[in-house]
Design a protein around this ligand. Structure first.
Ligand code: FMN
Length: 192
């Protein structure tokens, strides 16, 4: 049996795109799982074939930068465009997960994950959390730790605002993103 995971992401300047790639790498590393990555702009056209790809997926992982303390407006555009699917509860019982990246260590990223999880709940989707113990929270901790930003709901990343995507998110944040993708893919195999 084969399973499909879709990563839908927005990235204004390329940082969150790297996080999305890392999530996809994790999802695609699981045997029997195919992962496709969809830039959210592909979904602005209601006739786009990417909508059918989402309709057929076992799991949808949604990620975007945190802009002004919440999901970027491009991601909100996709969320609102999905309301027809919501009316039919077409995505009910698919798995869902989320990730976000921002300039500050905190940066109010939690709020973005809460918004994505709420969106998934409106669609009747089943939320898959990060399930990694928080890193960098003890005297032996380091910024190299997996889940160094200590999230539970999804994967968080931080990218310096004065550097391009070749410098951030950090390796630890990319590994954390990969772990989320792998977990969702394994969950898809378990629960379909
Ligand atoms: C309009 C705008 C709003 C932003 N708001 C926040 C914010 O609320 N918190 C934060 O930590 N960083 C904020 N940032 C910084 C971005 O989250 C950060 O630069 C991120 O890496 C951008 O990701 P991207 O390259 O994928 O667009 C903001 C950036 C922009 C352009």
């Amino acid at each position: 049996m084969s399973y499909t995971v879709c990563v839908v992401y927005h990235s204004g300047y390329g940082h969150t795109a790297r996080q999305a790639e890392a999530v996809s790498e994790g999802a695609g590393s699981v045997d029997g799982v195919t992962c496709s990555t969809i830039p959210v702009e592909d979904l602005f056209d209601s006739e786009s074939a990417s909508w059918a790809t989402l309709d057929g997926a076992n799991a949808i992982i949604i990620g975007c930068p945190t802009y002004m303390g919440s999901p970027s407006s491009a991601m909100k555009q996709f969320m609102e465009a999905s309301s027809g699917r919501w009316m039919e509860q077409k995505w009910a019982d698919k798995l869902a997960a989320g990730f976000t990246n921002s300039g500050s260590q905190n940066g109010d990223k939690q709020n973005t994950l809460v918004d994505i999880a709420t969106f998934a709940a409106q669609h009747g989707m089943v939320w898959i959390n990060l399930n990694l113990m928080p890193g960098n929270n003890s005297s032996g901790g380091s910024i190299e730790d997996l889940n160094r930003l200590g999230a539970s709901l999804g994967a968080m990343a931080q990218s310096n605002v004065d550097q391009g995507p070749e410098h951030g998110p950090t390796d630890a944040d990319l590994k954390t993103a990969t772990a989320l993708g792998k977990r969702v893919a394994e969950s898809a195999k378990r629960w379909g």
